[in-house]
Write a protein that binds this ligand. Structure first.
Ligand code: DQA
Length: 147
């Protein structure tokens, strides 16, 4: 089963939107790098982006049966969505929360995450590199738990 890599609202604008905070990489560039890394690690990925909270909830529910692990950058819904929190709690997969920026260095409203209490681990502040590290982590966890 693939590792789902799900991206929430406004991440389609990466590269154009506040590059001083989020970096100059586009989401397509990040996806390409992850595909290469996945091939090296011997895992497959299913990479998606949506601006819609309900679609993210649907995709997280889909991951229950269709994914081996989940990497999630829920964007601003990180700080607001009890629905995403609840959907994550229904998963029994490794879940890595990723943010490009260091949310703890920013506005107070970004300091609370509804994703973190449901996540296996959290990576933030390392830019696009964080996604690659998250993929390494999920691959390692899956390898360690393989029968
Ligand atoms: C983000 C951080 C969030 O606070 C913000 O709303 C985003 C991107 C990040 O990757 O740094 O959209 O998740």
């Amino acid at each position: 089963k693939p590792i789902f890599i799900l991206n929430g609202p406004n991440l389609n604008l990466l590269g154009e939107r506040e590059p001083e905070i989020y970096g100059g990489n586009t989401l397509a560039t990040i996806e390409d790098a992850l595909r290469n890394r996945a091939a090296t690690l011997g895992v497959s990925i299913d990479f998606r982006q949506t601006n819609h909270e309900g679609v993210l909830v649907d995709q997280i529910q889909e991951a229950r049966h269709a994914a081996s692990g989940l990497i999630l950058n829920a964007g601003a819904y990180t700080h607001t969505s009890v629905a995403i929190h609840d959907a994550l709690r229904a998963l029994s997969l490794p879940i890595i929360e990723v943010h490009l920026s260091n949310i703890y260095k920013r506005e107070a409203f970004r300091h609370r995450s509804y994703v973190s209490p449901a996540a296996t681990g959290v990576i933030c502040g390392l830019g696009a590199q964080g996604y690659g590290l998250a993929l390494d982590a999920v691959a390692e966890i899956l390898k360690a738990s393989a029968p």
